[in-house]
Design a protein around this ligand. Sequence first.
Ligand code: ZN
Length: 216
Amino acid sequence: MASGFDDYNGAPDPRGATAWMGTRPGMNDTDILALFRASGALLEGHFRLSSGLHSTGYLQCALVLANPTDATALGAALAARVRQWRPTVVLSPALGGIVIGHEVARGLGVRALFAERQDGVLTLRRGFTLEPQDRVLVVEDVVTTAGSTRETIEVARRAGAQVVGACSIVDRSGGTHGLASYAALLQMSLPTYAEVDCPLCAQGVPVTKPGSRTTK
Ligand code: ZN
C-alpha cells in the first residue's frame, strides 16, 4: 500500500488522521502503531497544540515508553536495525532519549550513556566517559529537525570517539534529517496548520487539546 510524503498533499489522509510511510523488516509498522495507540502515545483527531497550531495527530513517545515491556520491545527492534554498524556504546540526549537509549543498549549488549545540558551546552556529566576506540550510536525518541541528534554527535566527537550512526523510534523529519547513517522504526507525518488554514476546522470538527480526551 503506497503512502507517504511523496504522495501526501496536505489533506487529511482518508485512512485516518495520520499519514504513514515506510515498511521495514522485523517488528512491523502495524505492531509498533498498535503499541503507540494502546498507550495513548499517538492520538488522532483534531488538536490545538501548545504552539497554537492545529494538527490531525499528536505524538508523545514518553507514553509508549512508560510500559517497560513495550520500551524493551522497541529497543530490541531498533537494535536489530543498527547492529550492522557495530556500536560499542549508546549515547542519548536527556531527557527524551534516555529510556529508549537504555533499551537499545540492552538489545545491543553495550553501555548506555546520556548527555545533558550544562549552561545550555550538551555535555557528558556524572562520570560518563568516551574513549577514542568507542563506536558511538546516538539514540533519540523522535527526530524532527535532527538538531539534538547533531548536538549529541558533537558531544561524542569532542570526546574523541567515533560516531557510527544515529537512530530513533520515530522519524518526523520528512526525509530532511540529513544524517548519513540513520535508522528509525517509523516515518511519520503529522501536518500542522494555522487555524485559518485548518481543513478540520473548515469541516466544523471540534478541536481539543492533546490529553484532554482519549481517542481509540
Ligand atoms: Zn483546526
